[in-house]
Write a protein that binds this ligand. Structure first.
Ligand code: AQP
Length: 327
């Protein structure tokens, strides 16, 4: 059975972009793949985190995975820092596979470090893509379901795997990224040129999975729209295109049918219905989330870490042998 691996950082409020770009695919894939889904807390600390909030978010993100449809009986769910082999492999890849030239091309580092002073960005933020490569390569991953912003990092994992295999002999599977067509880059509601992001400065940028009904309605009402008033899916109307994508992905309606429904109507009608579609998705999710206890989640994570660790240790034994460590 082919293997899939992916993760989300517990670094803020999970939003519709995280769901439509990544987690929605995971739910489908867990039936066809040997699936492992990780809460990547080591990635989250590449930017400053409040320890109490981080602890809470790790449990909440796990609950979200489950409430969105990841089944712990089908998939392995665990927290990254529970399996120390991730950091161990990251260090080895840092030394024997990754090159400064690779890392200097990473656009996410450039974007994120540009938000503050690049000089004050953590070394971890710069090295994040190598840790992500370690996450993926530890589990012999064939396919990595991610949003478009992470494709460059999966490409790096491919490069590092190939380089290691060439030097030390076959060790790692070379993974493939997997994207959804319309969900691969959900844009910010306040700025359709930038992707929806947990760390956006304004909460109006995203619809959080935990937003309540009134907040959802308000954010959609405030969402930036394009000039004109017709509800048409076009590259000339990037804001509307993004809202129609969200509508289509959550309702299952074809884009052409949505356009047809709004002939002769305006943005106001469309936005009000979009809010209904989003709420119809979020409500049952939030109800499921509320029913999952912390104790239940901790047990799932404990079991998941045990399974992941066995696999990770086996891989690390091979890696260490290859590079010349004494086992
Ligand atoms: N706007 C998006 N559209 C589609 N997919 C997205 N993803 C993130 N934003 C969008 C995908 O969600 C998964 C988890 O993302 P992450 O937690 O690893 O961090 P990220 O990619 O950096 O996403 P954020 O929300 O912007 O987080 P912050 O602000 O903390 O960096 C990934 O598969 C990602 O592609």
């Amino acid at each position: 059975m082919k293997k899939t691996f992916s993760g989300v950082q517990p670094s803020g409020d999970l939003h519709l972009g995280n769901y439509l770009g990544a987690i929605r695919n995971w739910v489908r894939m867990q039936d066809e793949y040997d699936a492992t889904f990780c809460v990547v807390d080591l990635h989250a600390i590449t930017v400053e985190q409040n320890p109490d909030e981080l602890r809470r978010r790790i449990l909440d993100v796990t609950k979200m995975y489950i409430a969105l449809g990841i089944d712990p009986d089908k998939s392995t769910i665990f927290v990254q820092s529970d399996v120390v082999e991730h950091t161990e492999l990251c260090w080895i890849l840092n030394c024997v596979s990754a090159r400064m030239g690779d890392m200097e091309k990473m656009t996410q580092f450039k974007d994120k470090s540009a938000r503050g002073s690049a000089q004050r960005a953590s070394v971890g933020l710069f090295d994040y893509p190598v840790l992500m490569a370690a996450d993926i390569l530890l589990y012999d991953t064939n396919v990595v379901p991610v949003g478009e912003d992470q494709v460059q990092h999966v490409e790096l994992a491919r490069t590092l795997a190939r380089r290691f295999n060439k030097k030390f002999g076959d060790t790692f599977i070379v993974p493939q990224p997997k994207l959804t067509k319309e969900g691969k880059r959900i844009m910010g509601l306040d700025d359709p040129i930038k992707k929806m992001s947990k760390s956006a400065t304004s909460k109006d940028n995203y619809i959080a999975l935990m937003d309540d009904v009134e907040v959802v309605r308000k954010k959609i009402r405030k969402a930036v729209t394009d000039s004109g008033s017709e509800v048409i899916y076009s590259d000339n109307k990037p804001a509307l295109q993004n809202l129609i994508n969200i509508y289509s992905l959550l309702s299952g309606k074809e884009i052409a049918d949505i356009e047809n429904d709004y002939i002769g109507k305006g943005y106001g009608d469309f936005k009000s219905d979009l809010a209904d579609v989003v709420i119809a998705f979020l409500k049952p999710f939030q109800e499921k989330f509320a029913k999952i206890s912390d104790d239940e989640v901790k047990q799932i994570l404990k079991n998941g870490a045990k399974t992941a660790k066995i696999r990770a240790q086996e891989k690390m034994k091979l890696v260490k042998e290859k590079i010349g460590f004494v086992i």
